[in-house]
Structure formats: C-alpha cells, structure tokens
Design a protein around this ligand. Structure first.
Ligand SMILES: [Zn+2]
Length: 410
C-alpha cells in the first residue's frame, strides 16, 4: 500500500496517457509485493516409483503425519488410493509444511486434485481440456530426409512416423535424391494452449524422383489406425525391404558371379547384407519357421514359410534367437537370429533369398504383396477422409508457396 501511494504522488493524473502508464506501473509493483511473500509457499513434485505410497512420498516432502492423516480422512480420498508408477504428484506446502493443495497427475490430461478447505480437503477428479492443432510442413531435401526435416523444425518422433509410413515404398538410404520433397500434416496436442505431445501424422506426400507417394491415416473399426494410399491400399507390405536394419548391400542378386570363396562362376541367388557380427536379423514377413539348422555352405540357416507361395531363406547366421524353432510362428520384424559368417563366407554378412513358388527371385526387385487394403464396406468413408486431407494439404501448400514467392517482391 505504501509503495503504491508513493507512486501516485509522483504522477500528474491530468494526462490520460499517463494514467494508463500509471496503472501498468502499479500492477508491476503489486506483483513484486506478492512475490516477496511467495517463498512461504513451496512446491514439490515427485514421479511415483516402485514401492512408493502416498504416505512415503508426502513424508519425504516433509509433511507431518497428522496432516497426511487429515488428507486421508477427507471425503473422496479413495480417489488417491490407487497411485501408479510413473504418474506424478505435485504439492504446494505452506510455511508450516502443511499441504495447501495436491495434484495427482495421471497423464498430461487428467488426475485428482485435493485442496485445503475449512480444515479438511476437497478432493475431486479433474480433466484438462485437450486441443488438437494441425501443423503443416514442406521440406526440400538437401542431404537426408531426416536432417532436412529437423532443419524445418519437425520433431524427431514425427519424422520417425514419416519414415515408417513411407519406408515400405522408399529406401531412404538409396532412393533419395537432393531436390526430392515431402509435405505433411501432423497434429500437436495442447493443454491450456501449451504443446504437451506431438500427435499423429495425418497425411504425407513424397516426391521421390518422378514418383509421388501419398499416404493417408485412417481409423479402422477395430480402433487401430493405419496408413493407406489414396486408392485405399495399405502402405504396409507383407514383407520388409531389408532383413538387417543397419547394413549395406555388399552383393546383389546376380546369375553369373564369381564366388568369393570358391572362385568359380556361380549364380548368386540372393542379396548379401554386410553388417557387424551379432546384428539382429529380422523375419521380413509373418510366417512359420520351416528350417533352422546348420546346412553346408549356408552355415546356420533359417527358412520361413510365409504362405503357399512365399518362402525366405537366411544364411551364415552366428546364432539363432531362442524363439527360432521349427514349427514356430513368427511375426514380421521379429528377430530370428544374428549376423555371422558360418558356412562359406569371407566375413560377417547375411545372405538372404526370396522364393516365389519355389523359384529364386531377386528380393530387391520383387513386387511384394500388400497388407490388407481398405475393406469395401469402409471405402466410402475412407474416400471422404482421403479427399478432405488431400485438399487440406494442397491448400496449405498453395498458401506456403505463395508466401515464399511474396517475400522477395514485398
Ligand atoms: Zn550371398
């Protein structure tokens, strides 16, 4: 009060402008005054760990037993009885270390709030309002798809989704050329106007050399969401492009090749992936293990039968994964063994073969069968979603390209 009075005395109130200046200054002073008394309240937060209870956490915060008992005896305290590992508890304590308020945060959007009220605690559930906003990005690739995306400010997790969605059609190590572009719309999730999460990618459009690949997110009736091309084909393929993640192709499919160990001309019926010893080898598609044992030049071998038509074969493995047993079902992407150099091999690599109807086929050229497409019963709804998202993407693109063009002239 004294401070504000002394300020009042320094101003000539006849001038309107000065009056508004004055009120601003007053506000600032008052805020400072409040800040002076703030230290009496302290805020503490903890992430719930194994063996924690509300009691142990509050004791650690320095809260006395009587106060904790008071909280536990308050109406609706059962809302605080099931605390889960990984959730957070935030309390504001007064100068006597008494709980003024307590927040139990379930995830970023909901939880339980306890507030001191007339000697007891008022305990209620709360739910934050989530808001979703769309973010549009257009990227011209200079070096890698990933680095160029980071430069445009696209979060890492969103880029990983872009890689997953397009990774079935585009080999990001070998197919990308500088000047390729991609555009996308993804969601950000806000609470109280602040970003708490990067949401889902809704649409991506890739211009890879002369190919244009558009993928749209669609919610299926089973509650899952998958990505489909504009004409409703699942972006997922029945087979992964490569059975070893971090590898390079050291030898391609070639019907006339001099064998590196035997030094004779023999056809190379598969693709060799050079990778360090022990790198995980993934099943490229769902199927059943049909063979898993040492077999001459192939060394430790695995064969997977995927369907009546498709079989894959993996050679020179150092070791088998424990789940790799003949007759076992295996999922796409599951580790089946580890890269090695057993059998006839000059160094650690995976020799990988792809057989269609019993015939050797070049795994790099074969057109993979698609995963389940959009069902005809959902086709109409899908078409609407795809139409809407494509239109939105084009609008965003038009606006952003116009902005770029207007900068030099304006
Ligand atoms: Zn080979």
């Amino acid at each position: 009060m004294l401070i504000s009075l002394s300020i009042l005395g320094n101003f000539d109130l006849s001038n309107q402008k000065k009056v508004s200046d004055l009120s601003k200054k007053l506000e600032i002073k008052i805020l400072k005054q409040e800040a002076k008394y703030k230290p009496f309240l302290t805020s503490k937060e903890a992430v719930i760990k194994r063996n924690d209870s509300l009691f142990t956490i509050l004791t650690r915060f320095g809260v006395k037993n009587e106060n904790i008992i008071n909280l536990i005896n308050s109406e609706n305290s059962n809302l605080l009885s099931n605390i889960e590992i990984g959730d957070r508890i935030r309390v504001t304590l007064d100068k006597n270390n008494q709980i003024k308020d307590l927040l139990y945060i379930d995830d970023f959007r909901s939880g339980v709030q306890a507030e001191k009220f007339e000697g007891t605690y008022k305990i209620i559930k709360f739910q934050q309002k989530l808001e979703k906003v769309q973010v549009f990005k257009h990227v011209v690739i200079e070096d890698s798809m990933y680095m160029s995306g980071i430069k445009e400010g696209i979060p890492d997790s969103v880029l990983m989704d872009v890689v997953y969605i397009n990774g079935w059609d585009i080999d990001f190590t070998h197919d990308i050329r500088p000047g390729d572009t991609y555009s996308l719309i993804y969601e950000e999730i806000l609470v109280d106007g602040e970003k708490v999460l990067d949401g889902d990618v809704l649409i991506t459009e890739f211009h890879n050399r002369n190919k244009k690949i558009t993928s749209v997110r669609f919610d299926l009736p089973n509650g899952k969401s998958e990505y489909f091309s504009i004409d409703g084909i699942n972006v997922k393929k029945a087979f992964l492009r490569s059975p070893v993640k971090l590898s390079y192709i050291s030898s391609k499919y070639n019907l006339r090749r001099k064998h590196p160990v035997l030094h004779t001309i023999r056809s190379h019926n598969g693709v060799d992936y050079a990778a360090s010893k022990g790198s995980p080898v993934r099943a490229t598609g769902d199927g059943t293990i049909s063979f898993a044992q040492y077999n001459g030049g192939c060394g430790n071998e695995i064969k997977i039968k995927h369907s009546e038509d498709y079989t894959t074969r993996y050679c020179h493995l150092d070791k088998y994964h424990s789940r790799t047993k003949v007759g076992r079902k295996i999922k796409q992407g599951q580790t089946i063994g580890y890269v090695g150099s057993t059998g006839l091999a000059t160094g650690p690599h995976l020799h990988y073969e792809f057989h269609v109807n019993g015939k050797h086929t070049d795994p790099l050229k074969v057109k993979f069968p698609n995963a389940t497409p959009i069902r005809s019963s959902e086709k109409n709804q899908f078409n609407q979603v795809a139409y809407h998202l494509t239109k939105q993407l084009n609008n965003y693109k038009e606006i952003s390209l116009n902005l770029i063009e207007e900068v030099p002239s304006g």
